[in-house]
Design a protein. Sequence first.
Lengths: 92, 133
Amino acid sequence: MSPFLFGAIVFALACYVLAMALGLLRLYRGPSAQDRVLAMDLIYTIGMLVLMVLAIRYRSAMYFEAALLIAVFGFVSSAAMAKFLLRGEVIE
Amino acid sequence: MMMPAGVSLWVEIPVALLLILSGLFTLTAAIGVVRFKTFFQRMHPPALAFSFSAWCVTLASIIYFSAQDARLSLHAWLIIIFLSLTVPVTTILLARTELFRRRIGNPGAGDIPPSLSHVVPRPAEGDEAPPKG
């Protein structure tokens, strides 16, 4: 792995960590509940991107399954929370 | 580090550029989420992370693993397809949630359009017929 690609991976991971910190700030500060759901949506997507960059870093295809699982469960959880905020119950 | 023989530099350069681009897009999205004022403005920046960043990382991993395995490895497309199917659902649900809660909180205030489906009672029913039933 050339130093250029290694530096790019480190830069991307640093950007992701900073973005997750900013998302946590919105999660902490968010005036309404749907702001917090939105921030959590952003955070789990960035976590999925981190896993995909780590797959390139360690040259292992096993990370894709974890990224796919994060995408699936993140969608289910945020859709359930948005539905709960919308109606007061998840399944009606 | 004991790794198998890597890919050539001409493959690593576009991979690195795509990764840098995706990091910058994600950072832009997070800054927008923190700095925008209202919820309807804050709904927009995460779309950068959901579309551009995910596309860049997926393209980078497709290029890298295709060059490494010397065959087309497309399994990262699953993530993009799944993300592009599920993100609009979440976004619409959150937008409806914000509309619903604003209507419940202060009905008829500001620039919130009234509800069409009579789930939330309309604030002033002077000029139109009240809903049947």
